[in-house]
Design a protein around this ligand. Structure first.
Ligand code: B12
Length: 219
């Protein structure tokens, strides 16, 4: 982990919201938001996860750190891009049972920065509610996140349901569990499996799909 991530993680754990925001804003003067999310905040939170797993910090420390991370992501989020009739739309959500949502917020922020209209529906959204909103709003894409490997079957269920919609939205899958999965490649037309935010940004800007060595089997 780099020094900036460590410094920020320590500020999160110390509950130092003001200094954390200051550090992030200074970093953003010569880096992109994508770099901040992927290279600074994500390693900081992963490190906090390790400290938590090893009982070096308590669950309360982790909650405090997460709340401050959530706060800095919200403050640094910026809407850019004109509202046009052709503006693309994305729905961003976590499936039922999934409580982790900082990554999802980063994804929503990246879409907004690139001029997409975003409906951020948060984590733990029942499938029926997601389908109902999708049918009403008809997004071009639906982005889903899973942090825990045992969530992958639920992710598969949501993906299949979204791909069965008559307007065929692209389904984008990401998150720690998805990045760690290493299953045999198979046909998954219209489903994009994204390991990190750089790949998402590239897809948003160029339409180029990630060239990962693995894929998730939907067979
Ligand atoms: C904070 C936290 C929590 C908080 C979440 C609150 C919140 N607001 O999100 C709370 C306390 C609720 C929680 C609960 C649990 N957690 Co937790 N949690 C974490 C922690 C410390 C940080 C998560 C985080 O914010 N990471 C930072 C974000 C930015 O990373 P990310 O989600 O991976 O996102 C990045 C990419 O993956 C990508 N991305 C993410 N989503 C998407 C989607 C798309 C479409 C795309 C393109 C990209 C993308 O973008 C991000 C940018 O880099 C992690 C540690 C870790 N390694 O992540 C543990 C961790 C994930 N949790 C863990 C566990 C075990 C749990 C619990 C089961 C604990 C328990 N016994 O109750 C529960 C399960 C809750 C549930 N039902 O989902 C374990 C999982 C271990 C495993 N074997 O899989 C971890 C790894 C901690 C650990 N080291 O043990 N957790």
């Amino acid at each position: 982990m780099n020094n900036q991530s460590k410094e920020l993680a320590e500020l999160f754990l110390a509950g130092n919201e003001k200094q954390a925001l200051h550090t992030v804003q200074a970093y953003l003067q010569n880096h992109t938001k994508n770099e901040l999310y992927q290279h600074i905040l994500t390693p900081a939170m992963y490190w906090i996860g390790e400290l938590w797993e090893k009982n070096i910090i308590t669950v309360a420390d982790e909650h405090l750190a997460t709340a401050i991370c959530d706060y800095v992501v919200s403050v640094t989020e910026m809407r850019k891009g004109e509202q046009t009739p052709e503006q693309k739309k994305v729905m961003v959500l976590g499936p039922e049972g999934e409580d982790h949502y900082i990554g999802l917020k980063m994804v929503a922020s990246l879409f907004k920065e690139n001029g997409w209209e975003v409906r951020y529906l948060g984590p733990n959204l029942p499938l029926g509610a997601a389908i109902e909103t999708a049918n009403r709003w008809k997004p071009d894409a639906i982005a889903l996140s899973a942090a825990l490997v045992y969530r992958l079957p639920v992710l598969k269920k949501y993906t299949e349901a979204f791909r069965a919609l008559d307007f065929k939205p692209s389904v984008i899958l990401g998150g720690r569990a998805v990045a760690m999965a290493n299953w045999p490649a198979s046909e998954s037309e219209g489903v994009l499996i994204v390991k990190e935010l750089d790949q998402l940004k590239n897809w948003i800007q160029t339409g180029k799909e990630p060239d990962n060595e693995f894929d998730i089997s939907f067979g």
